[in-house]
Design a protein around this ligand. Structure first.
Ligand code: FAD
Length: 396
């Protein structure tokens, strides 16, 4: 039986910039676009900002420095770290807490944060930029006209709604806007793993001694580690292609989380369960430039900022603007863990600080496209870089 869906949609408004997805990348993009004066809407399908970093419990902000004392990443990525710890605990080293210099600080410019307190702080961070927020709205389809995304259809409690846009940022974490617009995308391989937050009696003395609640909310990796150790030998690598994949993954990782705390049920608890699947790599776009991770110390003329490789010390990279778009999609930008990268390049670009950095650049570029009537390939990269630099983005 062929089913067609001809329900009408409710036209809800016009925006300069629509950002789809309110993870760290989407938050950075919306803040950048809002501050640049673009009328901006951030559409999020859950009811909380932060994506994997909060809803997904990945509350460890990888270093903004090169792990040898030099800061690599600034701008909104740095502000975001501060916002996430504004109302909750942190583990930021003193040198970085009271940052006085760019070089020579001890420890890493990285921190634990509370995913719940962090999520609350993000609401204000976005609204203060002038951007508008829409929760509980699942963006289903981009409406395309001659290579431009002219609006986004979403499903909400009201029904099917439509928002027009002059520029669109895909910050969905799974590139679903680009994918549904017909762009070429690639799926990622994943091990069976996740992160759980446990509360245990055995950690109570440390909490009482230090009066620091971070000791009660213990970050635990369950299943495989980053490199596949612990992945069941007889299990193929996982992809996130369907709701069935997500369902299987959620049931399996929840079972593992329970097994991990399998002790006297009165002496422990799981603080919160992730509200989204903790796949590291879902889908990335084929961009004009595919970041490989071999670009150590390369200075790109269209760089949108610098970052490290969180796994190693002293690694200096720049991310090119071309990794954020495919020129056939004239007013669409990718932000966060979906930008153009190889599997190895992806390891560098997908973490929180780099997702926020690319979000900052994508939001700024989208605002410029909308306000200056440009496309992804005709906007002035020189001006984009100047704007980013003025907002604290570092080019190392
Ligand atoms: C197990 C694991 C451990 C990790 N460890 C670390 C770590 O220690 N430190 C670190 O820095 N990084 C870590 N990462 C990586 C990091 O957490 C993420 O890659 C990063 O947070 C991605 O941010 P994002 O904004 O690009 O995407 P996401 O966080 O995925 O955000 C996407 C947002 O878009 C929303 N969305 C999706 N589709 C739609 C739609 N159609 N309509 C509306 N909204 C939509 C989602 O609900 C979500 O809020 C880890 C990841 C995993 C899975």
């Amino acid at each position: 039986m062929k089913i067609t869906d001809s329900r009408p949609f409710i036209h809800k408004g016009n925006y300069d910039v629509i950002v789809v997805g309110g993870g760290v990348a989407g938050v950075a993009a919306a803040v950048a676009a809002g501050r640049h004066g673009a009328k901006t809407l951030l559409i999020e399908k859950t009811v909380m900002l932060g994506g994997l970093a909060t809803v997904g419990l990945i509350s460890w902000y990888e270093p903004l420095c090169d792990r040898c004392g030099q800061q690599m990443t600034g701008g909104i990525a740095e502000e975001l770290l501060r916002v996430l710890i504004r109302d909750g605990f942190d583990s930021l080293p003193e040198d970085w807490k009271n940052k006085k210099k760019l070089k020579g600080n001890k420890g890493d410019y990285a921190t634990l944060f509370s995913p719940t307190m962090g999520a609350i702080s993000l609401d204000r961070f976005v609204l203060d930029s002038g951007a508008e927020l829409l929760f509980d709205a699942h963006a289903t389809f981009p409406v395309m006209k001659r290579g431009r995304c002219v609006g986004v259809i979403a499903e909400t409690v009201e029904g099917r709604v439509y928002y027009e846009a002059d520029a669109v940022v895909d910050a969905t974490g799974d590139a679903s806007v680009f994918h549904r617009a017909g762009a070429k995308t690639y799926l990622g391989d994943n091990y069976l793993s996740g992160v759980s937050h446990e509360i245990k009696y055995e950690n109570a003395p440390k909490f009482i001694e230090t009066n620091n609640v971070k000791h009660m909310r213990q970050w635990k990796v369950i299943g495989s580690n980053l490199y596949g150790s612990g992945h069941p030998a007889d299990m193929p690598l996982l992809h996130c292609e369907s709701a069935e994949d997500v369902t299987r993954y959620m049931i399996e990782t929840r079972k593992m989380a329970l097994e991990h705390v399998d002790e006297d049920r009165f002496s422990r608890d799981i603080a919160t369960l992730p509200g989204m699947p903790q796949f590291r790599k879902i889908r990335r776009i084929e961009a004009e430039y595919v970041f490989t991770g071999e670009e150590l110390n390369v200075k790109f003329p269209d760089a949108i900022g610098s970052c490290n490789d969180f796994r190693k010390k002293g690694m200096h990279y720049q991310i090119p603007y071309r990794s954020l778009y495919k020129k056939e999609f004239k007013n669409m930008l990718a932000a966060g863990r979906i930008i153009g990268a190889t599997s190895e390049g992806w390891e560098i670009t997908r973490v929180i600080p780099v997702a926020a950095l690319t979000g900052h650049a994508a939001g700024m570029a989208a605002a410029m496209i909308a306000l200056e009537k440009k496309t992804v390939s005709t906007l002035s990269v020189r001006k984009l870089r100047k704007n980013l630099k003025e907002q604290g983005v570092l080019f190392i």
